[in-house]
Design a binder for this molecule. Structure first.
Ligand code: HEC
Length: 127
């Protein structure tokens, strides 16, 4: 009897450790750098400001839209007359074409927490 009680107690301890471990990622804020790499990295760079499929995004917060030299923007982005801010980046990422009709960036990012984390990461990437 004693033995089974301590076995159950041990099992409970194991379970609570497992549950705590499983909950950690969900309760922590999403990592902006990782999300950037996953969601944007195929087309955009930051640390090495080189253009790829999309323009580099080093220092994008506070930058005029369509202003990276050597990148062949759509006329839509060039003529948008936007200076990127944390607010309008959120709108752009939610639905680029709705904000800048005719932009060649068509990916939409529906997850608000992820957008927030990515924008905060970009905000730290100033020249
Ligand atoms: C499949 C490729 C692709 C992905 C993925 C992508 N983009 Fe883009 N992005 C582009 C292209 C292409 C442009 C240029 C659009 C144009 O010229 O109309 C662009 C333009 C932009 C611009 C405007 C830059 C400027 O200099 O005005 C921002 C800001 C931007 N992307 C942010 C992001 C972020 C943040 C992510 C990830 C959440 C992302 N993009 C994911 C292709 C992509």
């Amino acid at each position: 009897m004693r033995r089974s009680v301590s076995a159950i107690a041990g099992l409970c301890l194991l379970l609570s450790v497992a549950v705590a471990a499983a909950q950690t990622p969900a309760s922590e804020p999403a990592n902006g750098e990782t999300l950037f790499r996953q969601r944007c990295g195929a087309c955009h760079q930051v640390a090495t400001p080189r253009n790829g499929l999309g323009p580099h995004l080093q220092g994008v917060v506070g930058r005029a839209a369509g202003s990276v030299g050597g990148y062949n923007y759509s006329p839509a982005i060039k003529g948008a007359g936007i200076v990127w801010s944390t607010d309008n980046l959120d709108g752009f990422l939610t639905n680029p074409g709705a904000m800048v009709r005719g932009t060649r960036m068509t990916q939409r990012f529906a997850n608000a927490a992820e957008r927030q984390a990515i924008i905060e990461f970009l905000q730290q990437k100033q020249d």
